[in-house]
Design a binder for this molecule. Structure first.
Ligand code: GLN
Length: 497
């Protein structure tokens, strides 16, 4: 099998055993990028020299007799929301064009410590606001399953890169679904760790109480290996959890559900907006879990219905505050600074030109929701709903070990279809948002292709805070059983690029 088709775990072994060098593996992925990224457009920045230098350093350390970790020399695609001291960081926004971060995000630094080779930075919705990667100042990314479809968002560059074999795995961030939803619509595994389990230091902030970095990969084990490599306490992030990382790799290897209690979320069981093909694959996954020995029951989480409206007050409120720092004075773009204008005028011109429409919409919504006289009615109310959602999870997890639902109501939609309809776009995250509001762990694993369009469907598995290992265990069991049924990974069914 060609190098690019191998999993990260396999590549790590090949490099460790000396059967392949890190340079060879990196070059194979750079060649793939050169061959297909003109049509996929997953990356906003690729630097072959920087990547090969990292790979050479791993090969040199190995030659010097150093013992390296399981991912040393393995290439990775890195979402452009993470700061990188040796590559630009734009968040796919014009306002950060030309900015070079003076430091690495903690996660970037941990990728380097693990010996991972950063191939480049991936496209995303501007400041991670969106579900399709169409809100990028650099143009949309295309879904490798069908280039006319969206790859999900906001981590759509990462999902497309991995699904197109341009990288074995990638980083993402999930504020309302931006790892799980792109994973679902491209046939990948995407994991949102427990909030605070992965560091936000150097992750350009969207909504700080929700933003959660996590992995996108082609297998559950690869996601777990990456999760383990970059997680753990970070004193540079005040919300980072000072506890051991759950044993996610061990759980991914264990892959069993016998005796586990699984709750099907009643509120996400179908109805308007759900594609029949998505529901059909979801129901089959429920039966599969039963056949593997899980005890499946239906569980009601009545407040999940209000998660979407609560999120669209909380996330914009936090973003309106976080994005105030982009004022044309400190970073990147500055417009109209010709000596005749005041600082206020330069700020206004810079923000008008530097931010895209969706970002402006969120800043306005959030500023309104936080303004005096409206705060209690909007932001305050949304925070109360957030508490009710957390209580729904608490009550549910007294009855069951994990909750499941479809990851997204539909498969990948055509590029352009929802671009002018923000409400339709927001619905893509209907099922993923509750876990962001409550901060618990949730994963999406492929569960088949919808009959209508032969596009991938995702199964979402949710577990309590700090029970990240549990979703890997269940996800890996589902993956194993379905791959036996399909005779290989789902991605093998994707049309060749
Ligand atoms: N699609 C959601 C939004 O636009 C979630 C984005 C995310 O998780 N970063 O806010």
């Amino acid at each position: 099998m060609s190098i690019i088709k191998k999993t990260a775990a396999e590549l790590g072994e090949l490099i460790a055993s000396g059967e392949a060098s890190a340079v060879e593996v990196t070059q194979a992925h750079l060649d793939r990028i050169a061959a297909v990224d003109d049509s996929v457009k997953a990356f906003v920045h690729v630097d072959p020299d920087v990547a090969l230098a990292q790979a050479r350093a791993v090969d040199d350390r190995k030659a010097a007799g150093e013992t390296l970790g399981p991912l040393a020399g393995v290439p990775i695609a890195h979402k452009d929301v993470f700061t990188t001291s040796d590559m630009p960081t734009t968040c796919s926004s014009k306002i950060l064009e030309g900015w070079r971060p003076p430091y690495d995000a903690t996660i970037t630094q941990r990728l380097r410590e693990a010996g991972l080779v950063i191939l480049g930075k991936t496209n995303m919705d501007e400041f991670a606001m969106g579900s399709s990667t169409e809100n990028s100042a650099f143009g949309p990314t295309h879904n490798p399953w069908d280039l006319n479809k969206i790859p999900g968002g906001s981590s759509g560059g990462s999902s497309a890169a991995v699904a197109a074999y341009e990288a074995p795995f990638a980083t993402g961030t999930d504020t309302g679904g931006s790892i799980r939803q792109p994973a679902a619509v491209t046939g990948l595994v995407g994991m949102k760790p427990t909030y605070g389990g992965s560091s936000r230091y150097g992750v350009i902030a969207f909504a700080s109480s929700l933003d959660t970095p996590g992995p996108l990969a082609r297998t559950v084990l690869d996601a777990a290996l990456l999760h383990e490599a970059f997680s753990g306490h970070d004193p540079m992030d005040s919300t980072s959890i000072d506890q051991p990382v759950p044993a996610v790799v061990e759980a991914a290897r264990r892959a069993d559900v016998a005796g586990l209690r699984v709750g099907v979320v009643k509120e996400f069981g179908g109805g308007e907006g759900y594609q029949p093909g998505v529901l059909a694959r979801f129901h089959e996954a429920v039966e599969l879990l039963e056949s593997l020995g899980a005890k499946v029951v239906e569980v009601s989480c009545p407040h999940f219905t209000y998660a979407l409206p609560a999120y669209y007050l909380i996330a914009p409120s936090e973003c309106s505050s976080n994005l105030a720092r982009f004022d044309g004075m400190r970073y990147g773009l500055r417009v109209g600074d010709d000596g005749t204008r005041s600082a206020e005028e330069v700020m206004a011109l810079t923000r008008a030109e530097g931010f895209g429409d969706e970002v402006k919409r969120r800043i306005m919504l959030g500023t309104y929701a936080l303004s005096s006289g409206y705060y209690d009615a909007y932001y305050g109310k949304a925070q109360q709903v957030r508490t009710l959602i957390t209580r729904d999870f608490d009550a549910a997890f007294e009855q069951v070990d994990v909750l499941i639902s479809p990851t997204t109501p539909t498969t990948a939609f055509p590029i352009g279809e929802r671009a002018d309809d923000p409400m339709a776009m927001y619905l893509a995250d209907l099922c993923t948002i509750p876990s962001n509001l409550a901060g618990n762990a949730a994963i999406s694993v492929p569960c088949g292709l919808a009959d209508e369009d032969s596009l991938p469907v995702g199964l979402q598995i949710m577990a309590p805070v700090l029970a990240d290992d549990r979703v890997y265990r269940v996800g890996a069991a589902v993956e194993q059983a379905l791959q036996d049924r399909w005779g290989g990974p789902l991605l093998a069914k994707a049309p060749a690029l």
